[in-house]
Ligand binder design. Structure first.
Ligand SMILES: NC(=O)c1ccc[n+]([C@@H]2O[C@H](COP(=O)([O-])OP(=O)(O)OC[C@H]3O[C@@H](n4cnc5c(N)ncnc54)[C@H](O)[C@@H]3O)[C@@H](O)[C@H]2O)c1
Length: 349
């Protein structure tokens, strides 16, 4: 039996959740609520029931799950009220704007024995699944460096995303996805230091881009970069292992893997490089490497809601766990601190 879902916040992402529910095999959209009457009117014009108030939605015994898709600063009070009303809660990312508020949300979930999780939909991105597969198949041997970048050229989108009071800025917006992906792909490796620089190219109030270096206990360095002033984009992923290198040039592109099958090369011929010559940077003899491409793994983002429903029924543990949600929040807090102090922050996250 499908579970009844209501969506709070019928903007860009709330619209996505509502549309997604129409094609879902596990949830059924019973209605939406937005603080702006015109958004409720829009929902009604699309044949979707819209509640007049949040209280009316909470009081509807039909509603089992509430998905929160409002600006980041409002997630905590909405989630706590929904959990206290006995609803299960899916919160959009970033879960909230501080660890202190996150603990209030987790407490409310535990007190009311409800499922509380975060829509980390980008764990189903084909590109991060390809990086995870690379690690699991051991194509490159020990992976010592991952670079994960997303680049745009239009600054910060929307209105509230440019405001600190609403939890704006790109670290909380896109950084959260890339950090969650790092923890998803390398789950058992504690993060022992974080160094971050935030950009303020088009906005002084909040960051319009970020660069975060996470050092894992194993020695892995995982670099996350979000840019919104990039008129030329760098590859989505660049991964180095001791036996090779892999690259994913762009969304949806296959992963290209080059592995080394013979470390030593006889008679490397120097190449001319700019105003000098170099052997060190000369391309390898093709005989010493193997080059191949692999299609990206397939995934179905509906699996997120399928998992939430199974977790509600006690059949499966929830995939996006409280522990992971806490870790991501702590990494973002350490990144803000590192940017403020200009120093790396020692952590054990
Ligand atoms: N997971 C993803 O891929 C993804 C993508 C985009 C946005 N998001 C997240 O979704 C959330 C919403 O982002 P968006 O792009 O849809 O923003 P948006 O501005 O398009 O929509 C937000 C909506 O919430 C409404 N709202 C504001 N306060 C409210 C309240 N107290 N109660 C009810 N409605 C309220 C606004 O009127 C607006 O219609 C953010 O947390 C954002 O980070 C996630």
């Amino acid at each position: 039996m499908k579970k009844n879902l209501a969506v709070v916040g019928y903007g860009g992402m709330g619209g996505w959740h509502a549309e997604h529910a129409r094609h879902s095999d596990v949830v059924n959209l019973v209605g939406v609520y937005d603080i702006k009457p015109e958004r409720n009117e829009l929902a009604r014009s699309r044949g979707i029931h819209a509640y007049n108030t949040f209280e009316e939605l909470l009081a509807d015994p039909n509603v089992e799950i509430i998905t929160i898709a409002t600006p980041n600063d409002s997630h905590c009070p909405i989630a706590v009220a929904a959990l206290e009303a006995g609803k299960h809660v899916i919160c959009e990312k970033p879960v909230t704007v501080s660890s202190a508020l996150l603990e209030k949300m987790i407490d409310a979930a535990k007190r009311n024995n409800r499922i509380f999780t975060v829509h980390q939909n980008r764990r189903w991105d084909h590109e991060i699944l390809a990086v995870k597969e690379l690690k699991e198949k051991n194509d490159l041997g020990y992976i010592f460096n991952v670079e994960s970048r997303v680049h745009g050229s239009r600054g910060i989108p929307g209105d509230w995303r440019g405001k600190k009071e609403h939890g704006g800025g790109m670290l909380l917006d896109w950084g959260v996805h890339l950090i969650d992906q790092a923890i998803f792909a390398f789950p058992d490796d504690p993060i022992v230091s974080i160094y971050a620089r935030l950009d303020h190219i088009t906005n002084q109030e909040v960051d319009d881009g970020c660069r975060v270096i996470m050092k894992f206990e194993s020695g892995l360095q995982y670099y996350v970069e979000v840019g919104t002033s990039n008129f030329i984009s760098l590859p989505r992923f660049y991964v180095q292992g001791v036996n090779g290198t892999a690259v994913i040039q762009d969304w949806g592109r296959p992963i290209k893997i080059v592995t080394c099958n013979q470390w030593f090369e006889e008679n490397v011929t120097p190449i001319k490089a700019a105003q000098g010559i170099t052997k060190t940077m000369a391309p390898r003899d093709d005989k010493t490497i193997t080059t191949y491409e692999r299609p990206l793994p397939q995934a179905d983002v509906h699996d997120f809601y399928r998992n939430v429903c199974k977790a509600i029924d006690g059949i499966e543990p929830q995939l996006v766990t409280h522990d992971q949600i806490r870790r991501v929040m702590k990494v973002m807090e350490a990144a803000f601190e590192s940017d403020r102090t200009g120093e790396a922050v020692r952590t054990y996250i």
